[in-house]
Design a protein around this ligand. Structure first.
Ligand SMILES: NC(=O)c1ccc[n+]([C@@H]2O[C@H](COP(=O)([O-])OP(=O)(O)OC[C@H]3O[C@@H](n4cnc5c(N)ncnc54)[C@H](OP(=O)(O)O)[C@@H]3O)[C@@H](O)[C@H]2O)c1
Length: 236
């Protein structure tokens, strides 16, 4: 990562912050983005001098354009930023059902498009999906479809943007910041179910997903692939 800059939108917490920590530890620079200044400031303080931050909302294309305007170059791009509602078709409003697409799919699509002028030929991009794409954990059809669509987006962008490399990481349930915001009983029940479902008998760790992202950043022959750091969840 020496001399390389990784831009991580959603890098102020969770998996994005774990990736930022690895980039810095490997000698690279990071620019982290998110909607909350205090969170970004604290994360950048933790990461040290090789980190800078800027507020951005992936739901707002003008905000994304201003974000990339301020970035000198993008050697690696990772876009785990998203906020959405999941649930059954029978219960969600159309707006709530569309929210994974609005935020997670189109947010990443627009981020990549607006980053294009700053990408070098040897740049790489990692999109965030989720293993619900291949094994629905429960009734949440639009969320399941959104993750599958992001995996397809990765393949489509790999074709269009080559030699820039585009890959997707599609994790299972991760015991980390996102689930810590949810009520304890919801979290514990989800982890217990996931532990029964995954071959490795537990939820994942943010560090394990971050390792998969770093592999996709670094391996110069990986493009158009989806990695599933899911403890074998999809197989059982
Ligand atoms: N954790 C899991 O179990 C899991 C499993 C499979 C897939 N995933 C995917 O991984 C993504 C990241 O998960 P995580 O565990 O790292 O959660 P996290 O800690 O909540 O990270 C999400 C980050 O994105 C930022 N963000 C959210 N919406 C944004 C927006 N519109 N524009 C810019 N930044 C935004 C958040 O900061 P602000 O709120 O301050 O903007 C936050 O720092 C999730 O969205 C999910 O799709 C997670």
């Amino acid at each position: 990562m020496n001399g390389r800059t990784a831009v991580i939108i959603g890098g102020g917490s969770g998996i994005g912050l774990a990736v930022a920590g690895r980039v810095v530890a490997a000698g690279g620079r990071v620019v982290i983005g998110g909607r909350t200044e205090a969170r970004l400031r604290a994360a950048a303080g933790e990461l040290g001098e090789a980190a800078s931050w800027r507020v951005v909302d992936t739901a707002d294309q003008a905000s994304l354009a201003a974000f990339f305007e301020a970035v000198e170059r993008v050697d690696h791009l990772f876009t785990p930023a998203a906020s959405y509602t999941t649930g059954p078709m029978r219960e969600l409003s159309d707006e709530a059902a569309a929210s994974p697409f609005t935020s997670k799919f189109w947010g990443q699509y627009h981020a990549v498009r607006l980053a294009l002028p700053k990408l070098g030929a040897d740049a790489s991009i990692v999109l965030m999906a989720g293993a619900a794409s291949v094994r629905p954990p429960g009734p949440a059809p639009a969320y399941v479809a959104c993750n599958a669509a992001i995996e397809g987006l990765g393949r489509g962008l790999a074709v269009e943007l080559a030699p820039v490399r585009v890959n997707v990481v599609s994790p299972g349930t991760v015991d980390g910041n996102l689930w810590r915001q949810r009520p304890e009983e919801v979290r514990e029940s989800a982890f217990a179910q996931y532990s029964r479902d995954a071959l490795l008998g537990r939820a994942g760790r943010e560090s394990e997903v971050a390792d998969a992202v770093m592999f996709l950043f670094a391996n110069t022959y990986m493009t158009g692939s989806t990695l599933y750091p899911d403890g074998g969840y999809a197989l059982r």
